[in-house]
Ligand binder design. Structure first.
Ligand SMILES: Nc1ncnc2c1ncn2[C@@H]1O[C@H](COP(=O)(O)OP(=O)(O)O)[C@@H](O)[C@H]1O
Ligand SMILES: N[C@@H](CCC(=O)OP(=O)(O)O)C(=O)O
Length: 406
C-alpha cells in the first residue's frame, strides 16, 4: 500500500498534513510515552542504558535544542516542557519477585507493578538527575481523568511541575485498577495526559520504526505509514495486537490514543525508541523517522469542541466590563477580581457560564472553585484567596485553557 516517506494520502488531502511536520518542530509541550516492550530487557527488568539514553535526549529537547538533528534549529532554542509516561513496572517487578513468566492473576500483576514501580522511578530519577533534570512520580488512572475535580487537580499539579522545569514521570496506578493492566493501556493514559495538559505533541516510542500498513512481524511486506490523519478509521484496520510477549496494547491502542490526543489538538508520532537521537531529531524537524498522525484541528478549535461536548451548565458568574475585555479581547483567564456575582450551585471542575452585567453570555469554562467559594471571592484580588478560603487552588476562577468564548 503506502510506501515509506510518502504521504498516506487516500483519505486526507495533503494540504491538511502539509505543515504537520513543521508543527512538530514548534511543539513546546510534549508527552513522551515509552512502552513495556521498549523499556525492558527481553521483558525481564529495566534497560538502564535505554533509560539513560532517553534522559540524555530529554535534557537536550527540554533545553530547546534539536542537537541531534540536521541543524535546522527550533524557534529560538526556547525551552520545552516534557512529560514522560513510562511503562515497565510489571516487568521490573517480575524480575525483583523472581517470576519467570508474566503471571495470569491480576492481583499478582498488581503486586508486581507495585514492587517494580519503585525501581522504575528510582531509575528515571537517577538518570534524569545525571542530566540535571528534576523528576516527579505521578500515578494516575483513567478514572482520575473522568472525574472533573481530580482532572483539575492533576492538571494543576502537572502544570506546576512543568513550570518549574521538572519532568513528571507518569504510570498507571496499578494497585487500584486492573482494566488497564488487562488491556495494556498506557497508550490511552498518555493520550489522556496530552488532553489534560493540552500538549502540542504526543510521541509514542515503541519497538517498531513506526506504524505499518499491517503488523510487520506477521506481514514482512507491510510498509511504513509516514503521514496520516489521526482518527482515520483506515488506520484501525491496519493495527494489530501486541507482537511481543511483554507488550500489551499493540498498535490499535496507539492509533486510538492518537485519535484521542487529537481531540485536544495534539498530533502523535509513533517511532522506534532505540533509533539514535530519536527525540532531538524529531524535534529538529527530521521527517523520515517514525509515523506522524497529525491532529486535524488546532488546539483552540479542539478546546472549543471539547468544552462543547461538556456543555451541561451548572451555574454562572457575572463579570464586569473590565473582565469582559480581558477575556474576550485579550484571551486572558478570568480572575476573581472581575467577578461581581455568582448564580446557581456548582462544584470545582463543573462547566459554568460567564456572563456580562447585562446577562449576555460571553463564554463558558471549568470552575476552579465551587459556587460558595466563588461568592466569597467576588471582587477580590487573587492574593486574597488564601485569606478568604484558607487555601488556594489556583489564582484564576477559570483558566484560559479551560475557557471558550461563545
Ligand atoms: N500496523 C502495525 N504497525 C506496527 N506494529 C504493529 C502493527 N500492528 C501490530 N503491531 C505490533 O505492535 C507491537 C507494539 O505494541 P506493544 O507490544 O504493545 O508495544 P508497547 O509496549 O511499546 O506499547 C509491535 O511490536 C508490532 O508487532
Ligand atoms: N502500568 C503497567 C502496564 C503498562 C502497559 O500497559 O504497557 P504498554 O501498553 O505495553 O506500554 C506497567 O508499568 O508495567
Amino acid at each position: 500500500m503506502q510506501q515509506q516517506d510518502k504521504a498516506f494520502s487516500h483519505s486526507h488531502p495533503s494540504t491538511d498534513g502539509a505543515n504537520a511536520w513543521d508543527q512538530v518542530r514548534h511543539a513546546r509541550r510534549i508527552v513522551v510515552k515509552v512502552g513495556s516492550s521498549l523499556v525492558t530487557n527481553q521483558g525481564q527488568g529495566l534497560d538502564a542504558a535505554a533509560i539513560s539514553e532517553w534522559a540524555r535526549q530529554l535534557s537536550l529537547i527540554v533545553r530547546g535544542g534539536p542537537q541531534g538533528g540536521a541543524g535546522q534549529g527550533t524557534d529560538n532554542g526556547q525551552r520545552r516542557e516534557v512529560i514522560m509516561v513510562s511503562s515497565g513496572a510489571i516487568a521490573e517487578g517480575m524480575k525483583r519477585m523472581g517470576m519467570a513468566r508474566r503471571p495470569r492473576e491480576l492481583h499478582e500483576l498488581q503486586a508486581a507493578a507495585a514492587v517494580g514501580q519503585m525501581g522504575l522511578v528510582q531509575m528515571y530519577e537517577t538518570m534524569l538527575r545525571h542530566y540535571q533534570l528534576g523528576s516527579a512520580q505521578v500515578l494516575l488512572t483513567h478514572a482520575d481523568m473522568a472525574d472533573r475535580e481530580r482532572y483539575l487537580n492533576a492538571r494543576v499539579t502537572l502544570l506546576t511541575l512543568l513550570k518549574r522545569g521538572i519532568v513528571p514521570v507518569i504510570n498507571e496506578n496499578d494497585t487500584v485498577v486492573n482494566d488497564e493492566i488487562r488491556f495494556g493501556d498506557n497508550d490511552t493514559l498518555a493520550a489522556l495526559v496530552a488532553n489534560l495538559v493540552v500538549a502540542d505533541l504526543l510521541i509514542i516510542l515503541t519497538d517498531q520504526n513506526g506504524f505499518y500498513t499491517a503488523d510487520p512481524r506477521k506481514h514482512p511486506e507491510a510498509t511504513k505509514v509516514h503521514l496520516a490523519q489521526a482518527g482515520d478509521v483506515a488506520l484501525e484496520a491496519m493495527a494489530g495486537g501486541a507482537g511481543s510477549a511483554i507488550g500489551t496494547g499493540g498498535m490499535l491502542t496507539k492509533v486510538l490514543a492518537a485519535k484521542r490526543a487529537a481531540r485536544s489538538g495534539a498530533s502523535t508520532i509513533i517511532a522506534w525508541g532505540r533509533e539514535r537521537d530519536i527525540l532531538p531529531r524529531l524535534m529538529g524537524g527530521e521527517h523520515n523517522i517514525g509515523s506522524l498522525l497529525y491532529a486535524p484541528m488546532h488546539k483552540l478549535q479542539a478546546r472549543k469542541q471539547w468544552l462543547a461536548d461538556h456543555l451541561q451548565l451548572h451555574g454562572a458568574v457575572v463579570i464586569d466590563a473590565g473582565a469582559v475585555s480581558k477575556i474576550a479581547s485579550e484571551g486572558k483567564s478570568l480572575l476573581p477580581v472581575g467577578m461581581v456575582a455568582v448564580r446557581g450551585a456548582f462544584t470545582r471542575g463543573e462547566v459554568i457560564a460567564i456572563e456580562d452585567e447585562s446577562g449576555r453570555q460571553i463564554g463558558r469554562g471549568l470552575a476552579n472553585y465551587n459556587d460558595q467559594e466563588a461568592r466569597k471571592l467576588c471582587r477580590h484580588s487573587s492574593d486574597d484567596i488564601e485569606g478568604l478560603l484558607g487555601y488556594v487552588a489556583e489564582p484564576e476562577m477559570v483558566h484560559r485553557d479551560n475557557l471558550v468564548l461563545v
